[in-house]
Design a protein. Sequence first.
Length: 402
Amino acid sequence: MQIFKDPKFDFLGKKWYFIIGSLVLITASIVSLAAKGGPRYGIDFKGGVVISLKFAEMPRMDEIRSALADKIEGEILVQEFVGSNEVMVSTEMRSEEELAAARDAIIQTLEARFGDAGSGKVDLNNAGAEVIAQTLRDRNVALDDASLRELAERIRDFRDSPPHSGLLMNFDELSQVEGVTPEILSAIKEAFYLAPFTVRSVEIVGPKIGQELRQQAMMATLLALGGMLVYIAFRFEWTYGVAAVIAVFHDVFITVGLFSITDREISLTVVAALLTLVGYSMNDTIVVFDRVRENLKLVRRGSFAELVNLSINQTLNRTVLTSGLTFLTVLALFLFGGQVLNNFAFALVVGILVGTYSSIFIASPILISLQGVLERRKRARMRAAVPAAGKPARKSSAKVAR
């Protein structure tokens, strides 16, 4: 499919508009990162507690925040999973002890605000098998310890399996569980209550682990860039590799800078998006450079800059189709993917836009400049070699004795 038939756009003639735009974005990114002391890292990298909750009926997000604000120190982040009645609550802490205390405080605060903790009963939606068994044992249920533990595990498994997925709405649903007789069901109703939410998962990331993850993420990005530099230098020439890596570094830096400018968090999923961006942008650049290499053998007329511009035009249809379709996909993910995937999609949206124009207006001019430097050095060496080769040898001034 061809959108453009024999395009002859002067891309390199418009390069300064994009170079100046990139310089503005880079300057704004540096200012933002310096003012904020670096990127804003998520819980994955700085340590904290992440609790995933499911509600029977979704409460207001500000209601959850206000309930936790008086009990938990530091910043509290509440994110809604659109369409699933699920919420993720996260908070940053400094020490392992604070993390464990924060986890308990969050659960207790939510139970007090949305549950019925004051009744003295046990919350069945958030109780483990041991707690269920012990509570029934205290109610003098006529079962031995082994049978009571098995019954408690069946109740827990029934609650945690679809379609309930951790949230029972009515005690009578338990009549489907093997071994729950009317007498046991009556004891359950007397001893337990059903909170309108359940804790799906609790994750604790310590500060040390967060720091290690941050270092590993940075190392993975640098190794990816280094490996691609070696590959391109081996496949083409070192000038091509340097130009491509500078362009990719430009893409990643601007993307991270825009995260800082828009006050977005960098998490492990964002790092995955950045590594995806590295590969995508590098592939886009290699396509252009590969056509340049082919044209070096076929086109004998014109300057190197004209040859590069010709190569960009020849790959324009491929660039528009590939980048356009990918951009529409990630844009849909950004607009409709929900809060959890928003930062991931934002990195890809920005990365595809910046990566596409950098392959044309950043990598190509850098390649032309490097090739120009090599050509000038080559001509200088040739000029220096020609006089030396053509200069006659000196005649000896010594006279021969007769």
